[in-house]
Design a protein around this ligand. Structure first.
Ligand code: F6R
Length: 606
């Protein structure tokens, strides 16, 4: 949450910083600000465009830092926007994360005469650094000593008016990446913000600091030990983070589904043997075939992907599996042993709660694996082994393409383990055959976008929605409801279809539509009865079912069909229908579906 960008080199920094902030807006967009050497600090409430409008023409400074905010402490306002300064105003700090002991630090600093001007936790960093410089420490020493007293998570970038061509950055729990150009350096919370300038990058590790000037970069630990690491080349291009003619990133990313589903399994399918080839898991294959229990951790959509993964692991790999919301897991006392494996699912690879589950599990001697989309992200680097999604950058705040690729990758992992245990070659071949047909089938779902849009429009004034499903469609009911909540702000609840009569059916009336996910699977008849129960109470039903189904149209008010496939794969097809539905409801309500209010793409605070 919150995005940081910094530049030092020969070019005017303002354009680079604004451009980078626009890319980082997905991390937070309630206010923004920047400081450029030789200029005044400028801050603004609202999106980055508001900041841009406030910039004076012809800013020439060639070193600067900027920040786009997702408020944690204090409302979105100009005074709470970053960069923050100390009392004398010569230190500028941008911060991503949360300083947990800021109240004590602030009270202490106040007693010593510091004057605070914001309600943020971040401002203490500027005061602490400034105070030490005032007392005779160097800029570097002051930053390092400050890092020793603050508790919590941070990615920071700091400038000092008195050393105008230098930026000091540091990270603990909130990533900072260094981009290396030709006599110029960039820092950012995410490579997407700098990829158009350089493809040579260096990821900073937790507990490390970085100093950049136009001609040098130096990484060291907070104990001032130099760290030598080779830069990496990244293979991104800027096109991948543009809208490509679509009105919204969300629609573009939903429409990318066929390509995403190909990319997530490219080179990973062995159709002749009915097996999966997962290079990222080879080092722990023996372990995977002997473990007795898997605990999947994730948040939001990633958690719902985990609920589908649980069914895959139990059915295909024969391993008892639990799924935990990461923010709950980390505070519970869960008996763990060496035969338990923790699997983290995360699109961004930066979700603070999920990352801390991994660190906790490692400390207890468990093996850890990750299903992560962003290459080189904190979770990807923390786990023992893992499988990247290769879904490409996901910019829309609500997860769409990453979610379906998480399901596909989880299916492959289950197959990979299952084939080493009880799954026969012919069962494996059947799964792989269906995975190979998936992109074409998804195209048939996407081709119904117009029809889904009309249904969405018809129901877009509803105040509530219920989403129901069983077995593989049960987690998809949650995911569908979450998507609608996020982009339309309509209240929606996911429920196990069989649970309806244990309470929620009391809410059903003419005004309360339900979305029933009822493909032709092993629980079809049971879900059908639940639809009858809703219709008997005058509730409207939008049903998502398998193409050619004759019974559903006799009972549901609206029917959307997905092509026939195997039970394991229906959740991927039905999810895409629900993503389109949520998208169009949001659009018809006139909302910014790419950047829903109060949300951010990367949740790096606990
Ligand atoms: C929902 C959504 C969130 C994320 C959650 C986890 O559309 O995007 O619920 O799924 O914040 O994020 P990652 O996967 O980055 O760990």
């Amino acid at each position: 949450m919150c995005g940081i960008i910094g530049y030092v080199g020969k070019k005017p920094a303002s354009e680079i910083l604004i451009d980078g902030l626009k890319t980082l807006e997905y991390r937070g967009y309630d206010s923004s600000g920047l400081y450029i050497s030789g200029e005044k600090r400028i801050r603004s409430v609202g999106g980055v465009n508001n900041l841009y409008k406030k910039l004076p023409k012809g800013m020439k400074g060639t070193c600067g830092i900027a920040h786009t905010r997702w408020a944690t402490h204090g409302k979105p306002s100009e005074k709470n926007s970053h960069p923050h300064t100390g009392t004398s105003g010569y230190i500028f700090v941008v911060h991503n994360g949360i300083i947990e002991n800021y109240i004590d630090l602030k009270n202490n600093l106040k007693k010593q005469g510091s004057k605070f001007s914001s309600e943020t936790d971040s401002e203490v960093i500027a005061h602490l650094i400034e105070k030490q410089i005032d007392e005779g420490s160097t800029f570097e020493e002051s930053v390092v000593n400050t890092l020793k007293v603050i508790k919590g998570a941070y990615g920071i970038a700091v400038m000092n008016k008195r050393e105008p061509e230098k930026i000091i950055a540091a990270q603990k729990g909130s990533p900072i990446v260094l981009g290396i150009g030709d006599n110029e350096y960039f820092i950012a919370s995410d490579v997407s913000a700098i990829v158009k300038h350089t493809k040579t990058v260096l990821y900073i590790n937790d507990g490390e600091c970085l100093v950049i000037t136009p001609t040098s970069h130096n990484i060291f630990t907070i104990d001032l030990k130099t760290c030598k690491r080779k830069p990496e080349k990244i293979s991104w291009n800027t096109e991948r983070v543009k809208k490509g003619g679509y009105k919204h990133f969300m629609l573009k990313e939903i429409m990318e589904a066929p390509e995403v589903l190909k990319n997530s399994v490219r080179g990973r399918l062995l159709p002749e043997t009915g097996n999966a080839k997962l290079g990222g898991l080879e080092t722990i294959t023996d372990k995977l075939t002997t473990i007795k229990r898997i605990i999947i951790v994730g948040c939001g959509s990633a958690y719902y992907a985990g609920l589908v993964g649980k069914l895959y692991f139990e059915e295909i790999a024969g391993i008892p599996t639990e799924v935990e919301i990461a923010s709950e897991y980390r505070y519970r006392t869960i008996p763990l042993n060496k035969e338990t494996m923790i699997l983290a699912i995360s699109q961004s690879g930066e979700t603070a709660d999920t990352l801390s589950c991994i660190n906790e599990a490692k400390a207890k001697g468990c093996s850890t694996i990750g299903v992560v989309n962003v290459v080189g992200s904190s979770i990807a680097r923390a786990v023992d082994a893992g499988v990247y999604n290769h879904a490409g950058p996901e910019i829309g705040v609500a997860s769409t393409k990453a979610f379906i690729s998480q399901l596909e990758v989880l299916l492959l992992i289950a197959l990979y383990i299952g084939r080493k245990k009880n799954v026969s070659s012919s069962e494996g071949k059947n799964i792989i055959n269906e995975i190979n047909k998936l992109p074409k089938k998804i195209e048939l779902v996407l081709a119904q976008a117009k029809k889904i849009e009309l249904i969405a429009k018809k129901y877009s004034d509803s105040k509530d929605f219920l989403y129901i499903g069983r077995k593989y469609s049960y987690p998809i009911a949650f995911e569908g409801a979450l998507k609608l909540k996020e982009v339309s702000y309509i209240h929606a609840e996911g429920y196990g279809a069989g649970e309806m009569k244990h309470g929620p059916i009391a809410m059903i009336d003419k005004q309360f539509p339900s979305i029933a996910i009822i493909p032709n699977d092993t629980v079809y008849e049971k879900t059908f009865s639940n639809i009858e129960e809703i219709r008997a109470r005058d509730g409207k039903v939008i049903a998502i079912t398998t193409k050619g189904d004759k019974k559903i149209p006799t009972i549901a008010n609206e029917v959307i069909e997905v092509p026939k496939t195997i039970e394991l794969i229906y959740p991927i097809l039905t999810t895409v229908v629900l993503q389109l539905f949520a998208y169009y409801v949001g659009v018809h309500r006139g909302l910014n579906v790419d950047r829903p209010r109060n949300l951010a793409k990367s949740v790096t605070v606990e």
